[in-house]
Every structure is written in structure tokens, then in C-alpha cells.
Design a protein around this ligand. Structure first.
Ligand code: NAI
Ligand code: 13P
Length: 392
């Protein structure tokens, strides 16, 4: 143990005091009364709110999941665990993975450490998967969504709500999922966009998670809130679809930058400065696109930025770490079996920045590095040498 004897003695005394004393006695009685009153009024409000909630149970028998990768499986499992009498059917392409899910109750490719509930099954038949479903969770990566939906659209009832969990912008069209889905199906197709800080593995572990359900249709967002809400999942609602979608897409690009800083071992000062700058860039572009500031500072904005930039489970961050350590993008992508949506999205962000006339130094630098024009080190050097500015 390091430190001078006086420090060690003081530390031991403090630890002893904490272990034995009533921590509340640290506060004067008037403050303690205030704290208790505030807490009690919060609990009263919660009880009142709960008593007014819709009492009719949400009757759901079947949910189909498009894409049985990490997150499609995790969100399907979250529902299946909460509602034992519903059937969750994953629509997959790989018959071997299907067999493992149906016979071994395990997604051996994406989440091999977890046992799936008995009410989760899989099929490669779209017709079988969709038949009788009341909700569809869409977890196919953004760049494959258009072709995927084109392939199944004739089987989709026009009233089947699509709950999209995919985060990114389509290369070529520059469209968000909230534009891609209606452009393939119909503008009237019921859609909800779920986003927020939610690593698949942590959802599988049943760890507390908070997400946002965004839809122009308030009643539908509320239904999806009730569908997913559980003791381990909180679901906020919003009508700010653009805000939720653009934040969810841009945070993936920022996470690549955060990974680069980590891979280059630039330290916590650099990381904090980078993430703060990235938050500003996301705010500049998102507000110009019509996002609400409450969304940007909420779960799908700041919440997901923090998770993905600092959480080692992030695939986007991992791409950045490996770039920072000197690996080539082609090698990184070839050795990874999972999607990193920030890679294609980075190219589109540059177009959006031009369209909305905002300068996004960090997010543009990520695109430059991914495109192989500059190295990660050069990008950091150039960013540090940009003109000193007034905070905005
Ligand atoms: N994994 C996570 O923690 C989270 C992921 N997301 C988002 O969810 C979406 C899906 O991500 P993951 O499940 O993690 O990806 P993944 O890489 O684990 O799985 C992707 C799934 O999509 C399927 N797929 C790929 N191309 C396809 C195509 N052309 N047609 C049909 N299916 C195809 C794959 O077979 C696989 O089942 C992404 O947009 C991601 O950003 C959102 C929140 C958390
Ligand atoms: O979106 C995510 C968590 O909210 C997952 O991020 P990655 O795709 O970078 O793993």
C-alpha cells in the first residue's frame, strides 16, 4: 500500500467512521427532514401516477423479430421473459443458427453465453414468421434494410407496427430509418423508432436499461412503452423521431473517434474534450435538422453517446480502438462478424453537414480516417491545430 502513514491512518479512521456511523447524521436535522419529505412526495406522485395508468392488459400473442443478430435477439428475449405467454419468432437467413435456437435454445453465433427462453423460436420462412404477429421488431442493419423490406413487403399486413431498433443513415439516399421504411412500405405504415443506451449483452443480462420510443403516433409510442416496460427496462416516449434517429446515428461515428483516442492512448483529458466536442457537433447538426434539445440531452442523445464512447462493448468504439492502434479498416471489418453502423454512416454525415451548412470537424475527421486519406494520428494533430474558437 502506498501513501504516508498519516494518510493511511486518516483513511482508516474515515473508513471506520463510515462503517459504523449513521451516514444521515452527517446532515443537520433540517436538511434530513427536507430530504425525507422530497423523497416521500416523489413516492406519493409515483403511486398516484401508477394508479391512473391504463389497467387493461396489453394482449399480445406473437412478436416477430427481423434479424436475429445481437440486438434483435436481446430485444426479443426482453419481451419473452416479461411476457411468458407470447411467442417471439426470430426471422433469420441461416438455417444452422435457426436449428441452434430451436433445439439448443441458444443464439450460438451472436450471444452464445445465454440460454434463450422457451417462448423464443426461429425460422427462415418470412411467411411463417410474420403470420399472426401483432408487432415486428426490425433489427436488420441499416444498409440492408431497403433490400430486406422489399423482399418481404408483400407479406406484411399494412397495420403491423414496425419497431425499428437499427441506428444509422443509408448510404446513397442519405435517409434515416424513418425515411427508408415508409419509402419501401407506405407513408401510413405504423412505425416506432426505439433507441437509447442499450448494449445487447446487458439487456440479455437483465441489467437496468433506459430507452426511448419515438413515433409521430403518440398512442402507438405509448403502446410500445407498455410492451417493453419491465422492472429492468424503462421506456420514455417522444414524438421527436428525427432527434432520436439522428442522435442514434451520429453517436456511432463519434464512438469511432472515441475509440481512436483510446487506441492512441491519448488519455482522459483528450477523451473528455473529444466527447464534449462531438456532443456539440451532434447538437449543431441535429437542431438544424429539427431535433429537440430535450432529445439531444436525453437517453437517445447524451445517454447513448456516453455508453458508446466509454463502453468497451461498443463495436463502433472497438473499430476506432483498432484504427488508433494502427490496424487497417479493411482488416478490422474482415475480422469482425458484427455490424459497426458508424462506418457507413460517417460518409453520409459529411453530406448532411454540407446540406445543413454546419462544420463538424471531429465527425468529418472520422470519415477521412475511415476513407484512408489521413491516419488517426494525423487527424488528431489537425484537429488540435484548428483555430481557437468561442464556445457555442
Ligand atoms: N448490439 C447492440 O448492442 C445494439 C444494436 N443496435 C442496432 O441494431 C441493429 C442491428 O444490430 P445487431 O443486432 O447488433 O447486429 P449484428 O451484427 O449482431 O446482427 C445483424 C443481423 O442482421 C442480419 N442481416 C445482415 N444483413 C442482412 C440482410 N441483408 N438481410 C437480412 N438480414 C441481414 C444478420 O444475419 C444478423 O442477424 C444495428 O443498426 C445496430 O446499430 C441498437 C442498439 C444496441
Ligand atoms: O447502440 C448501441 C448501444 O446503445 C450499440 O453500439 P455499438 O453498435 O457500437 O455496439
Amino acid at each position: 500500500m502506498s501513501g504516508c502513514p498519516a494518510d493511511v491512518a486518516a483513511g482508516a479512521a474515515a473508513a471506520g467512521a463510515c462503517a459504523t456511523a449513521d451516514a444521515g447524521l452527517l446532515y443537520p436535522p433540517s436538511e434530513r427532514t427536507q430530504i425525507r419529505n422530497s423523497w416521500n412526495s416523489l413516492m406519493r406522485w409515483a403511486r398516484y401516477f401508477r394508479s391512473r395508468e391504463e389497467s387493461d392488459a396489453l394482449l399480445v400473442e406473437k412478436v416477430v423479430v427481423f434479424g436475429g443478430g445481437s440486438f434483435g435477439t436481446a430485444m426479443g428475449v426482453a419481451l419473452a421473459r416479461q411476457r411468458k405467454n407470447i411467442q417471439v419468432t426470430l426471422l433469420l437467413r441461416d438455417p444452422y443458427l435457426c436449428r441452434d435456437i430451436n433445439e439448443l435454445h441458444c443464439n450460438t453465433r451472436y450471444l452464445k453465453d445465454f440460454v434463450l427462453p422457451a417462448n423464443v423460436n426461429a425460422t427462415t420462412s418470412a411467411a411463417e414468421a410474420i403470420a399472426g404477429a401483432q408487432f415486428a421488431i426490425h433489427a436488420v442493419p441499416v444498409q440492408h434494410t431497403r433490400a430486406f423490406l422489399q423482399g418481404i413487403k408483400d407479406l406484411l399486413p399494412p397495420t403491423l407496427p414496425i419497431i425499428s431498433v437499427s441506428k444509422g443513415i443509408e448510404v446513397g439516399s442519405g435517409q434515416l430509418m424513418s425515411e427508408v421504411i415508409p419509402s419501401v412500405l407506405s407513408k401510413k405504415h405504423p412505425t416506432v423508432y426505439l433507441s437509447g443506451p442499450s448494449f445487447a449483452k446487458e439487456v440479455m443480462m437483465g441489467r437496468p436499461t433506459g430507452i426511448v420510443a419515438a413515433s409521430k403516433d403518440k398512442a402507438l409510442a405509448r403502446t410500445i412503452q407498455r410492451l417493453f416496460a419491465s422492472p429492468s427496462m424503462r421506456v420514455n416516449t417522444t414524438t421527436d423521431v428525427i432527434g432520436v434517429e439522428i442522435c442514434g446515428s451520429l453517436k456511432n461515428v463519434l464512438a469511432i473517434a472515441a475509440g481512436i483516442v483510446e487506441g492512441l492512448e491519448l488519455g482522459p483529458n483528450a477523451m473528455a474534450a473529444l466527447v464534449a466536442q462531438g456532443c456539440s457537433e451532434i447538437r449543431w447538426l441535429a437542431t438544424k435538422m429539427g431535433a429537440k434539445t430535450a432529445t439531444i440531452s436525453g437517453l437517445s442523445g447524451l445517454g447513448d453517446i456516453m455508453l458508446t464512447c466509454y463502453g468497451s462493448l461498443s463495436r463502433n468504439r472497438t473499430v476506432g480502438v483498432r484504427l488508433g492502434q494502427g490496424e487497417k479498416l479493411a482488416d478490422i471489418l474482415a475480422s469482425s462478424s458484427q455490424v459497426a453502423e458508424g462506418v457507413p454512416t460517417a460518409a453520409v454525415v459529411v453530406n448532411l453537414a454540407r446540406k445543413y451548412r454546419v462544420q463538424l470537424p471531429v465527425l468529418t475527421a472520422v470519415a477521412q480516417v475511415l476513407d484512408g486519406h489521413i491516419t488517426a494520428k494525423q487527424a488528431v494533430f489537425e484537429i488540435m491545430n484548428l483555430p481557437q474558437i468561442e464556445e457555442r
